[in-house]
Ligand binder design. Structure first.
Ligand SMILES: [Zn+2]
Length: 173
């Protein structure tokens, strides 16, 4: 019978009593034998190969998965930042600040409201004391009734998407 050699280290293999299994006495690699000479499974090599192969197999998946994740996250961030920016930019045009505002700023806000209401999808209602309207002339009248040197209490209401839908102006008592 031919001497069996370890495929890992080329050391001599020791057969077990039944001649079905062999172990390399140098490196410990285990073999299963089929017939006299044929080594069908190098158990050590198989496990070694698997552990060597798995990073190679996994790397493309990890790279692809990471790329997809980064892409998806970027898209989500892009969309959410655009939505945020749209609402934010829109609101900032009409918003000098919640709370007490000088009449000059309130009048300036109402100027923007009347011009924006002509073109914008998001209409802004103006409420001043008991008067509440989307109508351009009424808003202009409200603007003229405000005193530029006086202070007013200004509050905002928002639609479901976060856009300003109503500006409430109140005299400060
Ligand atoms: Zn060996």
């Amino acid at each position: 019978m031919e001497k069996l050699k370890c495929t890992s280290c080329n050391g001599d293999l020791e057969l077990d009593e039944k001649g079905k299994f062999a172990t390399c006495k140098f490196c410990g690699t285990k073999y299963k034998l089929d017939g006299d000479k044929i080594i069908v499974v190098n158990i050590g090599d198989v496990s070694n190969n698997l552990s060597k192969l798995s990073p190679k197999i996994m790397t493309p998946f990890i790279v692809i998965f990471s790329s997809i994740s980064v892409f998806v996250v970027s898209i989500i961030l892009l969309i959410s930042s655009n939505i945020y920016n749209d609402v934010d930019k829109y609101n900032l045009e009409f918003k000098y600040g919640e709370g007490t505002q000088n009449g000059v700023f309130v009048q300036e806000t109402l100027n923007k409201v009347t011009s924006k209401n002509k073109t914008n999808d998001h209409k802004i209602t103006v409420k001043y004391n008991e008067e509440e309207s989307l109508d351009e002339d009424t808003i202009i009248n409200i603007k003229h009734s405000l005193k530029s040197l006086a202070d007013y209490e200004v509050k905002y209401e928002y639609d479901s998407k976060g856009y300003i839908s109503k500006i409430i102006i109140e005299d400060i008592k």
